[in-house]
Design a protein around this ligand. Structure first.
Ligand code: NAP
Length: 199
């Protein structure tokens, strides 16, 4: 029918190493989905992070992300970063997602500490054009970066982000439980594959 304009889809792109994914990530994605009225949030586990020489094998991080997000109909997981060879750059992530979703408005969601480095990211000028950025932070954290384009970045404090992947890994390596910090299926996946054990 003439005159019926279709609403553009609003798609979140949740980028992170997810080593492992934890409940703070899930609460953050859910909060951003609700506050920005997103139709979907695509979790994109990083393949080879720029400045981390040793992270858990990408297939493990991908599968834990699939397990953690399976119950939420608005959450999906993409392999674009783990299937691409070489270091992961957000410009490539966004180009790939843009190709798959040419008609969607993209919202790149990540930790405030990561987003604070954005001006140093590859092809930053194009990065800005491809997505709006949402920096999610732990309580008390202020995003302070100057030189960002107006309206290019929003920030959102998420109390559940007091959980951290580093703390989860340390707990497992010391034999402490991570129940209720990560989804139950992820607790079981970590145990089954002996992840994060010291030696
Ligand atoms: P990171 O340095 O490991 O994380 C920095 C902080 O942000 C940590 O406190 C981390 O907590 C938190 N964080 C990371 N991802 C998060 C998320 N999705 N939601 C909430 N908190 C999050 O960052 P990273 O994981 O390597 O990278 C984050 C994203 O930025 C990835 O998509 C990565 O590809 C991109 N990135 C791009 C470039 C580039 O293009 N040059 C450079 C660096 C990063 P946890 O450890 O608890 O997650």
């Amino acid at each position: 029918m003439a005159g019926t304009a279709q609403k553009r889809a609003r798609v979140g792109v949740m980028g992170g190493t997810f080593d492992p994914i934890h409940n703070g990530h899930l609460v953050a994605a859910s909060e951003v989905q609700q506050q920005f009225d997103l139709d979907e949030v695509i979790f994109v586990p990083t393949g080879h992070p720029e400045s981390k020489p040793s992270v858990t094998e990408s297939e493990h991080r991908y599968l834990m992300t699939v397990i953690a997000t399976a119950a939420n109909p608005r959450f999906t997981v993409s392999r674009v970063d783990i299937d691409r060879a070489g270091v992961t750059y957000t410009i490539d992530t966004l180009r790939d997602i843009r190709k798959a979703r040419p008609d969607a408005d993209l919202f790149f969601i990540s930790g405030a500490d990561a987003v604070a480095q954005i001006l140093e990211w590859r092809d930053v000028e194009e990065v800005w054009k491809l997505a709006h950025f949402v920096a999610v932070s732990r309580p008390g954290h202020q995003l302070t970066i100057s030189g960002l384009p107006e309206q290019g970045v929003s920030s959102l404090e998420v109390p559940a982000l007091s959980i951290s992947s580093t703390d989860c890994r340390n707990r497992v390596s010391r034999g402490f439980p991570v129940w209720y910090l990560v989804p139950d299926g992820v607790v079981q996946y970590i145990a089954k594959h002996h992840l994060y054990r010291s030696s």
